[in-house]
Design a protein around this ligand. Structure first.
Ligand code: AOF
Ligand code: ZN
Length: 372
C-alpha cells in the first residue's frame, strides 16, 4: 500500500473514533488521535485517545500516555491540528514533540486564533514531518459543530425527517404517526445522543406530546437538551417535556407577549426561559442559533414539525439533512402533511451516504457550500 492509502486508512479510524465523544466535550471539539508504528513489518496501531468528556484532557496526551515509550518514532494521526496554546493544558504540539513522535498527519486546520497553523509550524520547527489535509472533508463533517460555531458564530443544525413511501411526514391532528421501523428508530435516538440539543416547534409538542429523550439502553444519560420554540406560549404545562424539565434540561423559547404568570409556572416546573426576537409571530432563527452558540450549545437536531423544518430550510440554516425514507404509505392526501423537502430544497444539498435500516433507508445530505 502506498503512504497516501495508509494515511487514509488510519485517519478514517481516527475520524470514526472521534464520533464517540461527540456532544460530550462541551465547547471543545471531539478530536481523536491514533498512534501508529511500523517496525518493518507493516503499520499497526499502538494507542489512541479521544478528547475527554468535558473537553479536557485533549486527545493527544491521552494517546501518548497509553503508548508510553512506543511513541518514539511513531506517526500520530489527529483529526484536528494539534493545539499550540497554553490553555488549561500545555500545547499538544509540544507534547507530541517531547514524546519523540516522528510524523504527524492531520485532517483539519484548527480555526481557533490561538492555533490556526501555529500547531503545524511548531511541529515542523522541531523537525517533525507534518502532512496536513488528510481526509479533510470527512473529518470536517465530524467537527462541523465546532467549525460552524467558529466560522458563523452559530449552532450547527441537523434536520431530521421521516418521509413515508408516498411522500408524507404525518397526518394532521393525529399525533405521532409511525413512518419507520425499530431499526431506524434506534438510529434516530443515536442521532439525539450525538447532538447537544434537540429542537421542535410548539405544534409538535401540542400534537404529539413527545419526550424527545434518547432511550437507547445504556445511553439514557446522553439525552440532549430540549429546546421548544413557543413564541406565543401555547405549550401546556401538562406536556411531558414540561413535566420532566427537572430531569432533562428544557429550554422554552418564548416571545415578548408571553405572560409573567405562564413564565413563572414554567420556571416552577424546572424549565429555563430563553427570550427570542420574533418576526410575524415566528422565532427569528438566525438570532436564536447565535444565542444558543453563546450559551455553549453548538449542535441542534431539528425534529419537527413541518413548519419548523420549512423555516430552517427557507433561511438556509440547515447544515445536514438526515432523511429517513419509510416503507409504509400514509395515503389519503387530504389530511396528510407533505414533506417540506422538495426538489428545490434538495438542490442545495449533496448526498453523502445512504444505508438500509430494516425496511427503511436513511440518506445523509450535507449543504453545498461555496468553495467545496
Ligand atoms: C487539541 N486536541 O483533543 C482538542 C483541541 O480550553 P482548552 O485549553 O482546552 O482549549 C480549547 C481549544 O483546544 C479549542 O478551541 C481547540 O482549539 C482545541 N481543541 N485541540 O490539540 C484536542 N479538543
Ligand atoms: Zn491540545
Amino acid at each position: 500500500m502506498d503512504q497516501e492509502r495508509i494515511d487514509q486508512r488510519f485517519m478514517a479510524a481516527a475520524i470514526r473514533l472521534a464520533r464517540r465523544n461527540e456532544g460530550l466535550t462541551g465547547t471543545n471539539p471531539s478530536v481523536a488521535c491514533v498512534l501508529v508504528r511500523d517496525d518493518g513489518e507493516g503499520a499497526y496501531v499502538i494507542a489512541s485517545g479521544i478528547t475527554a468528556p468535558g473537553g479536557r484532557p485533549h486527545a493527544e496526551p491521552l494517546a501518548l500516555a497509553e503508548a508510553g515509550d512506543l511513541a518514539k518514532g511513531a506517526t500520530a494521526y489527529v483529526t484536528l491540528e494539534p493545539c499550540a496554546h497554553h490553555g488549561r493544558t500545555p500545547p499538544c504540539a509540544q507534547t507530541l514533540i517531547d514524546a519523540g513522535v516522528a510524523r504527524v498527519v492531520t485532517a483539519v486546520v484548527d480555526p481557533d486564533e490561538r492555533v490556526n497553523e501555529k500547531g503545524h509550524a511548531m511541529l515542523r520547527a522541531a523537525g517533525v514531518e507534518v502532512s496536513a489535509g488528510c481526509m479533510a472533508r470527512d473529518a470536517a463533517e465530524g467537527l462541523a459543530a465546532y467549525l460552524i460555531q467558529k466560522a458563523n458564530n452559530r449552532s450547527q443544525v441537523t434536520l431530521k425527517l421521516a418521509v413515508s413511501a408516498d411522500g408524507f411526514i404525518g397526518k394532521k391532528g393525529q399525533g405521532q404517526v409511525s413512518i419507520t421501523g425499530p431499526v431506524a428508530r434506534a438510529q434516530s435516538h443515536l442521532m439525539r445522543a450525538r447532538h447537544h440539543a434537540i429542537l421542535v416547534g410548539a405544534g409538535t409538542v401540542i400534537e404529539d406530546n413527545p419526550e424527545l429523550t434518547c432511550r437507547l439502553p445504556g445511553l439514557e444519560a446522553r439525552s440532549p437538551i430540549r429546546i421548544l420554540l413557543d413564541p406565543k406560549g401555547r405549550i401546556p404545562l401538562a406536556a411531558k417535556t414540561v413535566q420532566t424539565a427537572g430531569v432533562t434540561r428544557t429550554i422554552m423559547v418564548l416571545g415578548e407577549g408571553v405572560s409573567e404568570t405562564h413564565r413563572a409556572a414554567l420556571r416552577a416546573q424546572g424549565c429555563e426561559i430563553l427570550p427570542c426576537e420574533t418576526t410575524d409571530g415566528r422565532v427569528a432563527l438566525p438570532e436564536l442559533l447565535e444565542d444558543l452558540a453563546a450559551i455553549g450549545i453548538h449542535s441542534v437536531l431539528v425534529e419537527g414539525g413541518a413548519k419548523t423544518a420549512a423555516a430552517f430550510l427557507e433561511e438556509d440554516l440547515v447544515d445536514e439533512l438526515m432523511l429517513f425514507a419509510g416503507a409504509v404509505r400514509i395515503g389519503n392526501a387530504r389530511d396528510a402533511i407533505t414533506s417540506p423537502v422538495g426538489d428545490k430544497q434538495f438542490a442545495a444539498f449533496d448526498e453523502r451516504e445512504s444505508l438500509a435500516l430494516g425496511e427503511d433507508r436513511l440518506t445523509r445530505y450535507t449543504v453545498r457550500r461555496k468553495g467545496r
